[in-house]
Design a protein around this ligand. Structure first.
Ligand SMILES: Nc1ncnc2c1ncn2[C@@H]1O[C@H](COP(=O)(O)OP(=O)(O)O)[C@@H](O)[C@H]1O
Ligand SMILES: [Mg+2]
Length: 374
């Protein structure tokens, strides 16, 4: 009960119009703690209160600045085009009575409040081609609306988040320390990771990267970060904690990583890890329908690199954590991180086995549109 009282106290710090009747945990996000607050006046907005994960996000003021900048840009875009409702298609943050868009409580915890978008839903896992298509449209439109916002205006709130070179250095550090003597258990995984390392450094080292603009991207393109309306159409991209400068292929690759795998992220039975090509094609179709308005030719060609990079980098991160003694990812069994590593490497193997087909499908879909020459 004390907890709920505290939550009520926290809501009073914000400038909401709310006459709150109930506060309940909401959603299945893994990072922040989310609560839905019902409004006594049913015609008024409900709200979401979120405790921001301060361990993952070290600088909440900078993170909030990024979010506010991106939200303002998106709302402007939706208003200018006149095609939609900025209140529904873009999330709305509520300021505190003191001014900032976050509140720090006496325990040092950070909180934020946003409007709850009624009549929306999220799915943790993509099940149908229609859903995959809507996911692609949502993130394609998101990037497209932000393509004229200078990435230099955003803070890098998690430095080197998708820098695979740094991730490999972290793996080397773990190998050097090997606190639980686990190295002897992972020679095959290490060999696979080493064998592909050079080709994965494309976004860090290849001269061609000079042709790829850094843009404002989402960095967490999971399907449950898209709110769908009652007709299952994409309405609003949420979870803007990680918006930062990056390459569009990162967002594409991370979305595909979860959508294309018929098995789970921690699949024990590796033979279950097969590619779901119809879902890949549907996501690609939705994505390019929006993104071809701004992608240059090199960016289009880089998308496939993201498809390989993201599972690879995830394998590197899982293995690093396994060797370090499971200090970052929560585990449900002693060798869970090793199992996750193997599942990602198996996915990578499947992706490499279908590399040409995947690339051709992207390019074939893109042929429907005119390429931007820049
Ligand atoms: N503005 C909103 N309106 C309705 N539901 C929302 C809204 N924002 C978040 N949610 C729901 O809460 C869940 C968790 O929110 P999210 O911001 O994604 O947190 P996390 O960073 O923990 O993933 C989402 O998956 C979604 O179901
Ligand atoms: Mg989320």
């Amino acid at each position: 009960m004390k907890r709920i009282n505290n939550l009520f106290e926290i809501t009073f710090k914000f400038k909401s119009q709310a006459d709150i009747t109930s506060i309940k945990p909401y959603g299945s996000g893994h990072i922040n703690d989310t609560y839905r607050m019902k409004n006594l006046a049913t015609e008024e907005y409900d709200y979401l209160l979120q405790k921001i994960n301060h361990h993952v996000f070290k600088d909440v003021p900078k993170l909030t600045e990024n979010m506010c900048r991106v939200i303002a840009h998106l709302k402007n875009k939706v208003s200018q085009t006149g095609a939609g409702d900025p209140q529904k298609e873009v999330m709305t943050l509520i300021a505190t009575k003191a001014g900032p868009y976050f509140y720090q409580d006496t325990n040092g915890e950070y909180w934020r409040m946003s409007r709850f978008l009624k009549n929306t839903k999220t799915y943790d896992v993509v099940e149908t081609a229609q859903q995959a298509y809507e996911g692609g449209k949502a993130f394609g439109k998101f990037q497209s609306m932000l393509c004229d916002l200078s990435p230099d205006l955003l803070h890098e709130v998690i430095p080197d988040f998708h820098n695979v070179k740094k991730r490999l250095e972290q793996l080397d550090d773990a190998i050097a320390h090997d606190p639980l003597h686990r190295l002897s258990l992972v020679p095959a995984e290490l060999e696979t990771i080493k064998a592909h390392a050079k080709s994965m450094l494309f976004f860090q080292e290849d001269a061609q990267v000079l042709t790829l603009p850094k843009r404002v991207i989402h960095y967490d393109t999971k399907f449950n970060n898209v709110l769908l309306d009652v007709e299952d159409k994409a309405q609003c991209v949420i979870d803007l904690d990680t918006v930062m400068p990056g390459y569009v292929a990162y967002d594409f690759g991370d979305a595909i990583r979860t959508i294309i795998n018929k098995g789970t992220e921690d699949e024990r039975e590796l033979s279950n890890i097969k590619l779901n090509l119809p879902l890949f094609n549907a996501y690609t179709q939705g994505y390019l329908e929006e993104a071809m308005q701004f992608l240059n030719e090199w960016e289009l060609r880089s998308l496939i690199k993201g498809v390989f990079l993201l599972p690879y980098m995830q394998a590197v991160r899982f293995l690093t954590d396994y060797i370090n003694g499971d200090t970052y990812y929560k585990i449900e069994s002693p060798h869970h991180n090793l199992q996750r590593t193997r599942a990602q490497l198996q996915l990578l193997k499947e992706l490499f086995g279908h590399a040409e087909l995947l690339e051709q499908n992207i390019l074939k879909e893109a042929e429907k549109y005119q390429l931007i020459k820049n």
